[in-house]
Design a protein around this ligand. Sequence first.
Ligand code: PAF
Length: 282
Amino acid sequence: MKIIHTISELQSELSVLKTQGKKVGLVPTMGALHEGHASLVKRCVKENDVAVVSVFVNPTQFNDKNDLLKYPRTPEADYKLLEANGCSIVFAPSVEEMYPEPDTRQFNFAPLDSVMEGAFRPGHFNGVAQIVSKLFDAVKPHRAYFGEKDFQQLAIIREMVKQLQFNIEIIGCPIVREEDGLALSSRNARLSAEEREIALKISQTLFKSRTFAADHSVSETIHFVENEIAAEKGLRLEYFKIVDGDTLQDLKDWADTDYAVGCITVFCGEVRLIDNIKYKGI
Ligand code: PAF
């Protein structure tokens, strides 16, 4: 496994491999890797000749400076996990390498980016699009892999690929959960043992809501989730929405779509956790 820090070195390495006809897959990450990332890397390794994993904590997608400062950074453990999972190239650039000048590009992914994370984290998806488009330009992969835990991010990246006409296949991979149901997240490392117990209520509520939804309306299901989360003192709900999985707009009636997803963001202490669940569809 090669660890590369500059775009020029990365591109000269990849151009040799591409002229040999090798298919290149990319897994963009911000490090602090866990088994969720490992599942993306494994799939990338399986489906491509060369698996590139980028490790870069992207400052432009953090609207909260404190969140950026506290974002876990574990490069040595990350490299071990990547090596063990068959990664060929780690791309770990500096901020100066990715942003030699401020990126002033403004994307418009309306209406996908005006709801949920887009509404609560202004500028977040613009920053995601800035870095992911730069990574796509640098690597020019055949395929790129993203987790479905960041459900809205995945929809926006698909839209960005359309708008910027990247010839890249975007592959969404299922959420990986702890045995007890908690969705894996780099932010889980910031939970105390007590908070970790409390956070479990998020996925448990989503699972219960799927049973509840079978004979209740969309709005009743939303209230069910809101009440369950409100009943747990250590949690503070930021939002829970049931949306059409393609448009990300609020769903009024189950019959209005064949792809319904519930998306939740909850603060557990200071840690902001997101999760989602499918009620209808793939
Ligand atoms: O999902 C993430 O970890 C980040 O948003 C991404 C896609 C690596 C861009 O920085």
